[in-house]
Design a protein around this ligand. Structure first.
Ligand code: CMP
Length: 137
């Protein structure tokens, strides 16, 4: 089924010059970019995006990280795009992610893990509406 998913190329991706490499992986897979923006978010936007994590002990450091510099937000579309992006991204912890995945190849961290992808159809709808309200159905 054709789906849309919200992807973030987090500040570590921009700082390390990996935007082209990572975008290329999604494009080579066959996913279509339907919206994209370079953006430096504030704490309030982080709190909204990570609403389900704001009470977690790791959240203050996560918020500091995601607001530390510009990131790239985008919406990708394709068959089963939500799951396909999560497979391409790899496990959350870069130290445990499989080689061949983005995190497995480029991240050695549980926090600075380069990418975010929506984890369900409900999350995708919420996150797309938050980041790209003009696309909300
Ligand atoms: P993401 O897929 O964006 O979803 C939540 C983010 O929180 C995750 O990627 C990591 O960047 C971060 N994260 C999740 N678990 C931990 C943890 N145990 N310690 C630090 N950061 C974490």
């Amino acid at each position: 089924m054709t789906q849309r998913t919200l992807v973030l190329l987090k500040p570590d991706t921009v700082r390390r010059g990996l935007v082209g490499e990572i975008l290329g992986r999604f494009e080579a897979k066959g996913l279509t970019i339907v919206a994209m923006e370079l953006r430096h978010i504030d704490a309030a936007m982080s709190d909204q995006h990570y609403a389900e994590h704001v009470e977690r002990d790791f959240y203050p450091d996560l918020r500091t990280f995601v607001t530390s510099g510009p990131l790239v937000s985008l919406v990708l579309e394709g068959d089963d795009a939500i799951e396909v992006v999560r497979v391409i991204n790899g496990a959350t912890d870069g130290r445990k992610a499989a080689p061949g995945t983005i995190r497995g190849d480029y991240s050695l961290s549980n926090r600075e893990n380069l990418v975010h992808g929506s984890d369900s159809t409900e999350s995708a709808a919420r996150e797309i509406a938050l980041w790209f309200p003009q696309l909300a159905l």
